[in-house]
Design a protein around this ligand. Structure first.
Ligand code: ADP
Ligand code: AMP
Length: 219
């Protein structure tokens, strides 16, 4: 399956992506995780992305599109993938859809994890992520088994560099202006699947799995 995950920052895309990727056996590609890893490692890509990310802005399309197009040429994604955080602009959406149709493939769904900004502002201060594998936790809603350590790989959990109040406000504004038009875009293509992301994590997972299984059956 080829699936994209849409939704505001902090909607739970990364959290749900882990489950979807495992259940459907498709690689999880998160542009946010790739940028964050490159910033920590001090690479050229990290240097290009850092200032934008710290201010809550989108990394320019030229940089992001090249990154994703190169990733989608690798062998492990031939049978499918889960894109988390891409596309985030209509231009990115156009490039992705063109690339998919030119390679004779199909996009199965654009899953929108819908969460109002009031919930997001409440969630963000409690988010903690694993420095090593990017897994996402929440001090209150999704705590790790052992305080401060990742359940998957045991590395230290930290607060994300862009989860402070000013950047969250900016990211929500950017989402409304630049990413929300993609909801209409995928609705018109009959690919949009809406999920209520305000419920508990397990309930959100259950609904996503149910809807994706139904799509699989119809293929
Ligand atoms: P995104 O990848 O969309 O930015 P995350 O998956 O990192 O979002 O989730 C943002 C924060 O909200 C994390 O701290 C995560 O543990 C928490 N979270 C995710 N889904 C839910 C949910 N359904 N209810 C409460 N908290 C959630
Ligand atoms: P995320 O982890 O998805 O919240 O992404 C973290 C940050 O990486 C975002 O706030 C953007 O600055 C940048 N980013 C991630 N994906 C994209 C994208 N598709 N286009 C532009 N910038 C992106």
């Amino acid at each position: 399956m080829r699936i994209i995950l849409l939704g505001p920052p902090g909607a739970g895309k990364g959290t749900q992506a882990k489950f979807i990727s495992e259940k459907f056996g498709i690689p999880h590609i998160s542009t946010g995780d790739i940028f964050m890893r490159n910033i920590s490692e001090g690479t050229e890509l990290g240097r290009k992305a850092k200032n934008y990310i710290d201010q809550g802005l989108l990394v320019p399309d030229e940089v992001t599109i090249d990154l994703v197009m190169n990733r989608l040429e690798q062998n492990d994604v031939k049978e499918g993938y889960l894109l988390d955080g891409f596309p985030r602009t209509v231009h990115q959406g156009d490039v992705l859809c063109r690339m998919i149709s030119e390679s004779g493939q199909m996009l199965d769904a654009a899953l929108l994890i819908d969460v109002p900004s009031s919930y997001i502002k409440e969630r963000m201060p409690g988010r903690r992520i694993c420095k090593f594998c990017g897994s996402s936790y929440h001090l209150q809603f999704n705590p790790p088994d052992e305080e401060g350590l990742c359940d998957h790989c045991g590395h230290e959990l930290v607060q994300r560099r862009d989860d402070h109040v000013e950047a969250v406000e900016e990211r929500l504004k950017v989402y409304e202006e630049q990413t929300m038009p993609l909801i209409d875009y995928f609705e018109k293509k009959k690919l949009l699947v809406r999920i209520d992301g305000t419920r508990e994590i397990e309930e959100v997972t259950r609904e996503i799995v149910e809807k994706l299984r139904a799509l699989e059956k119809n293929e």
